[in-house]
Design a binder for this molecule. Sequence first.
Ligand code: BGC
Length: 810
Amino acid sequence: MTDEELERLLDKLTLPQKVRLLTGATTWRTAAEPAAGLRELVMSDGPAGVRGEAWDERDPALLLPSASALGALWDEEFTERLGGLLAAEARRKGVDVVLAPTLNLHRTPLGGRHFECFAEDPELTGRTGAALIRGVQALGVAATAKHYVANDSETDRLTVDVRVGERALREVYLAPFEAAVEAGVRVVMAGYNGVGGHTMTASPLLTEPLKGEWGFDGVVLSDWGAVRSTAGPGAAGLDLAMPGPDGPWGEALVRAVKEGAVPEAAVDDKVRRLLRLADRAGALGGPRATAPPVRSRDARFLLRRAVAASTVLLHNRDVLPLDPDALGTVAVIGAHATRPRVQGGGSAGVFPSAVVTPLDGVRTWLRGRARVVHVPGPSPDAPPPPLDMDLCRDPRSGVPGVLLRVLDVSGAEIYAEHRQTGRQLEPLVVPAAHTVEISALLLPRTTGEWTFGIAGFGRLSLTVDENALVDGDFPRQTDDPAAVHVNPPAHHGRVHLAAGRTAHLVARRELAPGTGRATVVSAAPPDIGAEDSLAAAARAAGEADAAIVVVGTTEHDESEGHDRTGLALGGRQDDLVRAVADANPRTVVVVNSGGPVELPWHTRAGAVLLTWFPGQEAGAGLADVLFGRAEPGGRLPTTWPAALADAPVTRTRPHAGRLDYEEGLHIGYRAWLREHREPAYWFGHGFGYTTWCYEDVSVPAEAEAGAPFTVRVDVRNTGGRAGREVVQVYLARPASAWERPVRWLAGWAAVRAAPGETVTACVRVPARALRHWSPAERAWRTEPGRFLVLAGRSAGDLPLTAAVEVTAPG
Ligand code: BGC
């Protein structure tokens, strides 16, 4: 549709009609407007999969590896293909706008949504994000760059006012959004937080640089519930307040326009953008674009490849890959081997139709070749996980699962359905609904003290047989939607159960207004005693030819809505690794976390693999790496501290409402370098299954400011198998009139080579890698003179150096 046609459409609408379009019609939809031939636009989170409008296990979605895993790919082409998978899922579910990617940065390892962000480096984040956006939008689905901007931690996220210098804002935090706009992203989400004294939904940053300098012509929508006033966001660059139908705009915005507090031209600009987005989505009269469905086998294969390609091999004492034909018995140890964390907590969550666990993956590989034994080890010491459906039967039908009932005020049943989850997150739109009840017949496999929990706000009760474990009123203390609707606090009780004797569990929550949607029932079996389980694990490892021990975080550690308080693995998991590694030198430790955890035993293990939150094909991709079908392709997208105390930037708690980004430009590896601190593993680090020698680097003698140049790096595969190497190029500027990071990532290229072969990696250094933001001139500048070019395999391992003379443009 041409601009003139858009204007004509706009002219057909009255002020109230226009304003009505600017608040969501529902939680996930925009309003339709028959006068403009406009249908609703459907939105869905993102980024780990496309959940669709329903938060319901009966409507499953493909589950991709977490964003931190995609950051570890260093592979734009592959990331783009994964974006295509999200787009196909969006089409399948009738979704027009995917609320992904998250372009905030790994500013601190404690960030609660670390797993949902790609990297600590703005260049890696920007290029990865742009690739995902291209993949999503190729099928006509809109992607969303979120959360604009400096929403890098969760503590007090609704109110925090981030203070960040103009240079750091431009060069570090805005840079990935600029890359997203260059990639043509159609939607940007304004965060809950504030920057420089302005809440982001009313921030001047929405107009400059976003809409002005960068020329973003799409829609800025609010994070869910982030618009809290009328005139400020109305006059600013915020276009669409989500969710709806209620919100601070509507009638109040119409009044504000009539009273002159908000110019009508501002409303027109918002509506114009919305119509443009709708036009691009095929929502203005045209049929919704369709895409050929992706065959489930193809999707699963791609996701399996993504797991292997993002897995980072931190260290390997010749243990990996394991030779399946040389193994008699393999011990697979750890609670995460059968209950891996495949995704982080919060709004990004989806229900995958099936998950391949690490134990499944290893068993499938070794079927008919070697014996596999599993020992769970001590529990990871979290509050109980959501109800395990394998233990539950619906009390009414007797089939596996639970019974969900809705009761009226007298306690009479008005609705009932069979479900496969103890996590109820959808609004229950049943007239006269007063209470939701989840009940199950639970068949314990172990005798002892079981722990049960119910999470939610309002009046809650939980009984097991005749025992009342929870009974009370738990008023809502937060406005954060992630806590209210997804992850409310849980209340627990314990009861003794006997193995094989069915227990009847009944959990109830009253559905009073303002108590949110979530009701979550959880259960944990008795701990058999850490010492016994450690001994059992060590015994199994000692008797096996190789041990694979899977450890990780729990759903309470890494989630939207709160930051982490430490990086230690929960419970006795560190002791478990030590016991297993001491019992068997051929121990592979698999770390299943979305972000950094402390690995105090890392040099004792035979090999250490990081799988991130690997998504639904977790075990299949892991087994490919373990048994050498695929190399571990990942390289760290974030510097990995040995201990939290070493990390240069950890503060997430605002003081008097302000969070100062005191480190300025020096984020991630730049901070470690500046402070001469040594992490456990540098940004960029990761081994494959062969070895490489960095032989030579060449750069042009001169490069003109504002133009890209190419760095050629010769690398030789010195190992015994073909492999892929991610050749990284960093810049440094030892003598500069400007404050600079010690060095910064300028580009990378992946190469493949056969054993003995030398190949040349051509790394393009974009002009932006040389520029800096000049706050005085409010402009980008490039300082002429000598830049050092460093090439190697991580921010801490750069064996080759060259220099380029940057000249002022001729
Ligand atoms: C999150 C967003 C998400 C939105 C909708 C918010 O709480 O911060 O990332 O897209 O909810 O679920």
